[in-house]
Design a protein around this ligand. Structure first.
Ligand code: UDX
Length: 443
């Protein structure tokens, strides 16, 4: 099939590359000419394992092209996928200006029947507006469908090629048939539904996953008080097939480009209809507070943080990505700076991004080139992202190289029995403290 993908962000680029991999002819369009030049040169603007290789292979095979020429791309295609951004407005609502602009542009160049697919996450009812925005520009036939994307960063290619399900929301059986055909190689699990339900499935799924995370984080906080171990609790809960074991990892809260944005947007969508989504508001609040648990543990062990040397391992919102959007590390570092701590930080992939986005003018952070430079002479070490290099770190070496001996593990990556063989004072999330002390004399 001939497909145009509008927008080469995460969703657009990964979808375009994967549809080409399935044998389709794909043209990816973006208005940023530098980005298109980079893609033509075989470089992906995002760090995503496996994506660049797949992109080069399909470009070389002639199935994947990149262009800024919007009109030709649309005219040549049977399916047009809209994958432009819907960033949050200050009030939490999704900003639809890019969707609207693309829809109008599609309308103005339409040259015969096409299926217009929205993959961007949009408020319920937006696709009805997409129909109107296109219709205002043309009398040509077309159908609109909502096919939400559920890929995760870091495993985006695998998720796209092996989805749990495909949701096709459309009122047209003709469009549904085209989209069944397109997705046939991927899965038999297809949910065909109306447009509004499809739009809602995306928000409800992300809100539910965020709820699971905030739920287990609160359970972890209680576990700390009653001296239970949240990992054991999650294991016992997860075996109940009604609950399931995924997304029950306690930590310092969720971040990234989707959960924070989509939960806020759903609260806003409900609020606009005079529905107070109390549960989801609490999920967001709990997530905000959870970032503070790292600070609480530092205060508990070091007291005043003025002049203390704090090491930070990990800046990305999760491993496997250089994405730093809504990364818990930002809030934590900002608060540490406000309290006068001296910071040494390291991330194997996201460091330049993080520095550029959040702290380009900040002179009081020591950006280390090596994870062990962070450890040397620090009073406490905080692990914020579970990159493999940190997970595999030698605990004895951490203990030896630090000035103090406090290890705050925000992602529960170390085994308690391994840590207990060292002299480290170890604080993780919802698990027993190892060698804990409550006075402020540890450093
Ligand atoms: C998420 C959804 O999984 C995906 O379906 C949707 O399309 C986009 O949003 P992503 O943001 O890439 O994907 O990351 P994900 O792996 O879901 O993790 C999100 C956040 O939750 C991360 O900050 C991660 O550290 C955190 N998390 C995840 C936990 O704290 N505990 C868990 O058990 C799982």
């Amino acid at each position: 099939m001939k497909i145009a993908v509008i927008g080469t962000g995460y969703v657009g680029l990964v979808s375009g590359v994967c549809f080409a991999e399935l044998g389709n002819e794909v043209i990816c369009v973006d208005k940023l000419s530098e980005k298109i030049a980079m893609l033509i040169a075989g470089k992906t603007p995002i760090y995503e394992p496996g994506l660049q290789e797949l992109m080069i292979r399909n470009s070389n095979a002639g199935r994947l092209r990149f262009t800024t020429d919007f009109a030709s791309a649309i005219r040549e295609s049977e399916i047009v996928i809209i994958a432009v951004g819907t960033p949050s407005l200050p009030n939490g609502e999704a900003n639809l200006e890019f969707i609207q602009a693309v829809a109008s542009e599609i309308g103005s160049v339409l040259n015969g029947y096409k299926v217009i697919v929205t993959k961007s996450t949009v408020p319920v009812g937006t696709n009805d507006q997409v129909v109107n925005w296109i219709r205002e520009q043309t009398a040509q036939p077309f159908d609109v469908a909502s096919v939400p994307e559920f890929l995760r960063e870091g495993t985006a290619v695998r998720d796209t090629l092996n989805p749990d399900r495909i949701v096709i929301g459309t009122s047209s059986q003709r469009a549904a048939n085209v989209l069944y055909e397109l997705h046939r190689p991927l899965t038999d699990q297809v949910v065909q539904t109306d447009i509004r339900s499809a739009e809602m499935i995306k928000y409800a799924s992300n809100a539910f996953l965020a709820t699971k995370i905030s739920f287990i984080n609160e359970i972890a906080n209680i576990c700390e008080k009653v001296e239970a171990n949240v990992e054991e609790v999650a294991r016992g809960m997860g075996l109940d097939s009604r609950i399931g074991s995924s997304f029950l990892r306690a930590g310092i809260g969720y971040g990234g480009s989707c959960f924070p944005k989509d939960t806020q947007a759903l609260i806003q969508i409900a609020g606009n209809l005079s529905y107070d989504f109390k549960l989801l508001k609490s999920v967001v609040e709990v997530n905000k507070l959870q970032r503070g648990s790292v600070l609480d543990k530092l205060h508990e062990t070091l007291g005043n943080l003025q002049g203390r040397i704090i090491g930070i391992w990990g800046l990305a919102f999760k491993p496997g990505t250089d994405d730093v959007r809504e990364a818990p590390a930002f809030d934590i570092i900002q608060r540490l700076l406000d309290e006068g701590a001296e910071l040494k930080v390291y991330d194997p992939i996201a460091q330049d991004n993080f520095r550029q986005v959040y702290f380009s003018d900040e002179t009081s952070i020591n950006w280390c080139n090596d994870m062990w430079d962070v450890v040397d002479n620090s009073d406490a070490l905080c692990l914020l992202t579970e990159w493999d290099c940190f997970v595999k770190a030698d605990l004895e070496e951490i203990d030896l190289r630090m000035h103090g001996s406090i290890l705050i593990d925000g992602r529960n990556v170390y085994r308690l029995e391994d840590v207990s063989k060292t002299g480290l004072h170890y604080y993780s999330v919802g698990r027993p403290v190892i060698n804990g002390q409550l006075d402020h004399t540890l450093a």
